[in-house]
Design a binder for this molecule. Structure first.
Ligand code: SF4
Length: 210
């Protein structure tokens, strides 16, 4: 392993091509933390939920999730609503955690909890672009992409350049990211502008909007 789409039928029958792709993502992700049997078990449980469908409480009643409802939900959900200007948007993260300790922020407490050890975790550019490419392909109504990161800019220039180049070449939707301003410098800003991603200030952090 890792599994491919062609392997799915041997573990779970009756899935669409999209659902097989989701099975593979769940199984391969679980394989990084569990053994093979547990990864298959988790992917099969996820596939069963996909077949049964999901229900959400929306506008005061339980409704079966479909693409139409998902578009309405992603246009009205609270985070980023003001910036998104009611456009359907997709929110994800490239990093978790922050190495700073501003007094008003939960990361100060988290640093204390973990003995002062910064625990910033960063996904690869390839991994994030793969997710955003899936969004472009499968959620065509999405008009804005949001990275809800604490530490997007707090990395070296090579990472920022690689992200900007891949984003411009493969995604190209309007985009903004939260991120500590401590990691920003002129050079990184120039790369973002070259990739047509422009800055706007927000509270103690920075927000980027094309
Ligand atoms: S830079 Fe931002 S995310 Fe990091 S500790 Fe300060 S407020 Fe929190």
């Amino acid at each position: 392993m890792p599994w491919q789409v062609a392997d799915v039928e041997g573990h779970f029958k009756g899935l669409s091509d999209n659902q097989k792709g989701a099975w593979v993502r769940v199984a391969n992700s679980a394989l990084s933390r569990y053994d093979e049997a547990e990864a298959i078990k988790q992917a099969n449980a996820s596939a069963k939920r996909m077949q049964e469908g999901d229900y959400i409480l929306f506008e005061g009643r339980l409704q079966k999730m479909d693409m139409n409802l998902l578009e309405r939900l992603m246009s009205t959900a609270a985070p980023g609503k003001k910036t998104a200007q009611e456009k359907p948007y997709y929110i994800t993260m490239m990093t978790r955690g922050c190495r700073y300790a501003c007094t008003y922020c939960c990361n100060r407490t988290l640093l204390r909890l973990y003995g002062g050890r910064a625990f910033v975790r960063r996904r690869s550019v390839e991994n994030v672009i793969e997710e955003l490419s899936w969004v472009r392909e499968n959620l065509p109504f999405v008009q804005l992409l949001v990275l809800s990161d604490d530490s997007f800019f707090d990395t070296d220039e090579l990472q920022i350049r690689a992200f900007c180049e891949a984003y411009r070449a493969k995604i190209g939707l309007p985009f903004f990211s939260l991120g500590t301003p401590f990691g920003i410098d002129d050079s990184k800003l120039e790369m973002m502008v070259d990739a047509e991603v422009w800055p706007l200030p927000t509270y103690a952090e920075m927000l980027f909007l094309r």
